[in-house]
Design a protein around this ligand. Structure first.
Ligand SMILES: [Zn+2]
Length: 43
């Protein structure tokens, strides 16, 4: 399983890294939710 963190503001997706803020839109960490996926390949 691979952890991904998705920004709910802009949809930016980070794999196996929980950012302190979104590098794309600057949203704070609490705007992210965690996904578990089988692979790191983005669909
Ligand atoms: Zn964002």
């Amino acid at each position: 399983m691979v952890e991904q963190y998705v920004c709910t503001v802009c949809g930016f997706n980070m794999v196996e890294h929980y950012p302190s803020k979104c590098p794309f839109c600057g949203a704070s960490q609490d705007k992210f939710f965690k996904l578990l996926t089988l692979t790191s390949r983005l669909l």
